[in-house]
Design a protein around this ligand. Structure first.
Ligand SMILES: *Cc1c(COP(=O)(O)O)cnc(C)c1O
Length: 351
């Protein structure tokens, strides 16, 4: 038997998730993985330094209580409504493991976050992809009950489109689906509406958030989930005991404590998003109006892959995506104004 013969067949059969390129030299302008172009609150570094100086001999708090207390105040819930994770990808993994077994069904919209599909494959579950309509609304089939359905994912705002499903629709979806709905609010801080408060009314609604995007802490790895406490208690059993390290807990707590910093950061990103949308449209791109910190676009004549390659040759990375049944396009993260100018200059120069 070859080495690979020992694996569960689901594992050898799957391709594995491919994250966006992360070149480890500093020479690229990176507009490909929706990182924040601005630094996090200076209090984050202070808090991490302080924790480092007091030593890392002991295990961290398994539930990240300090973070939960501060986040609960900010979000208007109680601390036992919050579960912390090593990035929100960890939260998505915990939730999938807890709800979806082998052969069962997980529903997701398409195109959306490709990782959901991978999580279903690891479980040996079936991923049912439901295509968005042309106008990025959800078709009726997304709402329908189905016997083996155990979990549905919905990123809101969605990636790669940056589009938003309304609160009314999220409420309707939660009522009609016979299974839990994981609303992935990785980008909600950049949007006008969010649905965290709906968790009070709906036991089947779980909302995930991350510090990677709006809090400018993708390298720290910290995300969290908001759901009713009886669900959180079950999910705690599934997570690694110490899934968040002491430095991450300290940094994340300081970050969520600095809401003024967050608001300023988000305002700058939103202003640049508006300018980017207008400028790309002027250059002949079809741009989907975005509620996130990126835009999804296609040029009227120039193929997306060529544009991606041209930009990369010139030291600027965007995300090229090609979806079955939907086609390809470019997802461009909102950078600083200077980064945006560099992008636009390259698109005009065509070199
Ligand atoms: C970036 C992203 C995440 C993951 O965030 P981490 O907290 O860095 O793991 C989750 N969902 C969507 C839709 C994202 O784009």
């Amino acid at each position: 038997m070859s080495e690979s013969g020992y694996f569960r067949p689901e594992i050898t059969a799957m391709a594995g998730y491919t994250p966006g390129e992360q070149p480890q030299g500093g020479k690229f302008i990176k507009l490909n993985t929706n990182e924040n172009p601005y630094p996090p609150s200076p209090r984050v570094v202070q808090a991490i330094r302080h924790t480092l100086e007091s030593g890392l001999v002991r295990y961290p708090d398994p539930l990240a209580t300090a973070f939960r207390q501060r986040a609960a105040e900010v979000l208007g819930v109680e601390p036992d409504w919050i579960l912390c994770g090593n990035g929100s990808d960890d939260i998505l993994t915990i939730v999938t493991r807890a709800f979806v077994g082998s052969g069962q069904l997980l529903r997701l919209p398409s195109p959306s976050y490709v990782l959901y599909h991978t999580l279903a494959q690891i479980q040996g579950a079936r991923a049912e992809e439901v295509d968005f309509r042309e106008d990025w609304t959800l078709p009726e089939s997304f709402f329908q009950a189905s016997p083996e359905l155990r979990l549905a994912f919905l990123p809101n705002p969605n990636s790669p489109s940056g589009t938003l499903v309304s609160r009314e629709k999220v409420g309707e979806l939660t009522r009609r689906l016979p299974c839990p709905l994981l609303l992935d609010e990785a980008y909600a801080d950049f949007a006008d509406t969010a649905c965290v408060d709906l968790v009070r009314e709906h036991e089947r609604l779980l909302v995930s958030r991350t510090l990677s995007k709006s809090y400018a802490l993708a390298g720290l790895r910290f995300g969290f989930l908001i759901a009713q406490p009886q669900l959180i208690r079950q999910l705690v059993k599934v997570k690694d005991s110490y899934n968040c390290d002491a430095l991450a807990i300290a940094g994340a707590t300081a970050a969520i404590d600095d809401q003024a910093w967050l608001r300023e950061n988000v305002a700058r990103v939103r202003a640049t998003r508006q300018r980017l949308t207008t400028a790309l449209a002027e250059l002949g791109f079809a741009v989907v109006p975005s509620h996130a910190n990126f835009v999804w676009c296609r040029h009227g004549e120039r193929p997306s892959r060529e544009l991606y390659e041209q930009l990369k040759r010139n030291g600027l990375l965007v995300r090229y995506m090609d979806y079955p049944r939907w086609g390809d396009g470019l997802r461009i993260s909102v950078g600083t104004d200077a980064q945006q100018d560099a992008l636009l200059a390259l698109l005009k120069a065509r070199v």
